[in-house]
Design a protein around this ligand. Structure first.
Ligand SMILES: [Cu+2]
Length: 91
């Protein structure tokens, strides 16, 4: 009986340590990008930023410079690097 009880406790502890898949916290972040002048610029930024792991949607507006990024587990540094890769500057 004690062996069974011990085994049961170990199992519960292990179960509680199983990482829960799909529990990432989704976030929407707003950035301002300098240098976009037309729809092609928007596309370039959206493409590059969209390649960041965890990013689910990107919306860029060349009129305002606003770039909205939605996703989980991405950093400002990654967005800044992607914007620079596209040829623009995060401000
Ligand atoms: Cu353009």
């Amino acid at each position: 009986m004690p062996d069974t009880l011990w085994g049961y406790i170990v199992e519960v502890v292990q179960e509680n340590h199983v990482p829960i898949q799909g529990a990432f916290i989704m976030a929407t972040k707003n950035y301002t990008v300098e240098g976009m002048t037309c729809g092609h610029c928007e596309m370039s930024v959206q493409e590059e930023v969209g390649e960041i792991a965890g990013v689910t949607s990107v919306n860029a507006d060349h009129n305002t410079g606003a770039v909205t990024v939605e996703g989980a587990d991405f950093t400002d540094e990654q967005v800044s690097a992607a914007v620079a890769e596209a040829g623009y500057k995060l401000v």
